[in-house]
Ligand binder design. Sequence first.
Ligand SMILES: [Zn+2]
Ligand SMILES: [Zn+2]
Length: 135
Amino acid sequence: MSNLRNCRRCGKLYVYTGRPICGSCIEEDEQLYKIVREYIEKHPRSTTFEVAEALDISVDKILQFLREGKLELSGDNINMLLECERCGKPIRTGRFCPECSADIEKELKKGYTVKEQTAASRNKSEMYMAHRRKK
Ligand SMILES: [Zn+2]
Ligand SMILES: [Zn+2]
């Protein structure tokens, strides 16, 4: 069964491979990413806006690379702006600050543990019933 979708960026029909954009858009992104990375390596202290202007691309595009974790801001680069999506604290890469990532991970684990416990206790009571019936 073919899994055709419309590319979220260019609208063309493409075979879905787990990414919201088509192959040529992915390639375009890769090219752009290389250019951005090279520029930042050469000009490590430039701001997001300066990079966007110099390369004639949108600020959103650079932020997208940062969010995807493709780009990471160097430790002394305080000019680039990227904010934690949860608390708004400035971060260097990804979508959340380390504290929020830890929190989110904890939340996810908590949910999983609760589910596991209910399943386990249900099994236990079933076993108990079976045991009693046998006697
Ligand atoms: Zn496309
Ligand atoms: Zn945060």
